[in-house]
Design a protein around this ligand. Structure first.
Ligand SMILES: [Zn+2]
Length: 179
């Protein structure tokens, strides 16, 4: 079975209280995200990191406060989440599948299983897991490496994901190590 890790939008604007679109509690995920990304590199597991990269007057800012403007510190990823060989896929909307390069990348990687984590559960993570489930491959969501904007929205996303055939997992289960 070939696994690919998908690290969703773990960018400074989302992860830290001073970020432009902070997801509450997300900074506590940093050790888990770092462990998963480093584990992927060590094990030779392809790692896709999705990243919001907006222009200054991006249409998305009619619905959300400005965030992740390309070239800003807030748009970058914390050093702990950067590993050699990771594939960064930038996007201008919530859904990584809106990047025309994403599907061809998945085709090239030929995974049987995706392991997904990041922020925010009921927005960009939800788009990613929904699209990945639709490919027909196995999808696992790492529940201790995600954070929701709204707890009810997060819970709804998990229920919907499981009902759609997704599997819930943990960092320890994925890495086989203590976190
Ligand atoms: Zn955005």
């Amino acid at each position: 079975m070939k696994t690919v890790f998908v690290d969703v939008d773990t960018q400074i604007d989302f992860l830290f209280p001073a970020g432009a679109l902070y997801v509450r509690g997300a900074e506590r995920l940093l050790p888990a995200i770092s462990r998963l990304n480093h584990f992927a590199t060590e094990q030779g597991i392809p790692l896709i990191s999705t990243a919001d990269a907006h222009s200054e007057n991006d249409p998305e800012f009619q619905q959300w406060p400005p965030h992740c403007v390309a070239g800003t510190t807030g748009q970058s990823k914390p050093a702990e989440t950067l590993v050699p060989g990771q594939i960064i896929v930038e996007k201008q909307t919530l859904d990584v599948f809106s990047n025309p390069d994403f599907r061809p990348l998945l085709d090239r990687l030929q995974a049987d299983r995706y392991v997904v984590y990041g922020v925010a559960t009921e927005y960009c993570v939800r788009c990613a897991i929904t699209g990945l489930l639709a490919t027909g491959m196995a999808v696992a969501l790492v529940t201790d490496a995600i954070a929701a904007v709204n707890p009810e929205g997060g819970a709804r996303t998990l229920a919907e994901f499981v009902a759609g055939g997704g599997v819930l997992t943990t960092v320890q289960e994925v890495t086989g190590q203590q976190t």
